[in-house]
Design a protein around this ligand. Structure first.
Ligand code: G
Ligand code: MN
Length: 292
């Protein structure tokens, strides 16, 4: 697939749905399309699927330096947003896998088309990610010319078989992709999972983080937790930074990486990503200064 060109409309999967929930989507086709300016998007029945990217920042002294993006799925039905988990919940089995792969294809292809070759790409993968999905990912990265070491798979907090997750971590590493444990502190994203998987990055769950920030006794222990995670070889990303208080608490506790609405919101693929660093002092004061 050459990026930036208008590819012909291509159906990627029109097999009949296996025993999924009844509804119009059972018969719906999945299509991969490219718009007139070269942005890839998908169609699943009456839902248009687009990729959005939210910038991730690295803490460097008093500055936050953009170093990557998390890719997210935006669904639109007649212009109204549909949540990604709602869309994925519409189908099961092979069709869900095909839908999931379509979303990843959009993320990788549009990331490539962004023209920021050094930007790292993070995206979600649930513990059901199969060896076939890993193979498909490796093939797609090669096809799009995206270096696997720029890519991080975030394993979500859902339940998963421990042995399978360990195998998945090994499979992802074997193709050169990095691993994150997403939503640490929520669901099954526990210290046990971190010790078992030894991810490159731990993403601290936003809700959990806020509950810690609200309790002075818990907040005092945060640097200890972060340094233990660092000792395991993990970089620490705090998500859901919405206020100056969240920002300062994360930086003071020793977070390496940050994500949140205070810094940048997700934006649809095709929107220019601002590569300028942000100054912590100005974010705290309510303004934003760009370094020249
Ligand atoms: O846990 P995960 O990495 O998948 O989180 C990504 C989700 O969090 C996305 O849906 C994104 O829009 C949302 N998100 C990102 N930053 C913020 C934030 O500062 N506040 C809230 N409430 N949600 C956020
Ligand atoms: Mn995530």
């Amino acid at each position: 697939m050459a990026s930036g060109t208008t590819a012909p409309l291509r159906k990627i999967d029109d097999t009949a749905a296996p025993a999924g929930p009844a509804g119009v989507t059972d018969a719906a086709t999945l299509e991969f399309l490219v718009d007139e300016v070269g942005i890839a998007y998908g169609r699943f029945g009456d839902i248009v699927l687009k990729s959005s990217y939210q910038p991730l920042y690295c803490v460097e002294g008093y500055w936050l330096q953009p170093f990557g993006v998390e890719a997210l799925v935006t669904g639109l039905r007649e212009g109204v947003a549909v949540r990604a988990d709602e869309i994925l919940g519409l189908v099961a089995g092979e069709r869900r896998e095909a839908l999931d792969r379509l979303c990843r294809t959009l993320h990788v292809r549009n990331h490539h088309a962004m023209g920021l070759p050094g930007m790292q790409l993070f995206f979600n993968a649930d513990p059901g990610f199969t060896a076939g999905d890993v193979e498909h990912l490796a093939w797609m990265l090669a096809e799009e010319g995206v270096a696997p070491e720029l890519v991080t798979c975030e394993i979500t907090e859902q339940a998963g078989d421990d042995a399978r997750l360990q195998a998945l971590a090994a499979e992802l590493r074997a193709i050169g992709v990095r691993l994150a444990v997403d939503d640490f502190g929520a669901g099954h994203s526990t210290a046990g999972r971190v010790r078992a998987l030894r991810p490159d990055t731990v993403k601290v769950d936003a809700k959990w983080f806020r509950s810690v920030v609200a309790r002075p006794d818990a907040l005092r222990l945060l640097p200890v937790l972060f340094s233990r995670l660092s000792d395991l070889g993990c970089t620490i990303l705090v998500e859901g930074i919405e206020t100056p208080r969240h920002l300062l608490a994360a930086v003071e506790a020793g977070a390496d990486l940050l994500q949140g609405y205070l810094l940048a919101r997700p934006a649809l693929a095709g929107t220019i990503v601002d590569e300028a660093p942000l100054q912590i002092r100005d974010l705290v004061a309510g303004g934003v200064t760009r370094r020249a």
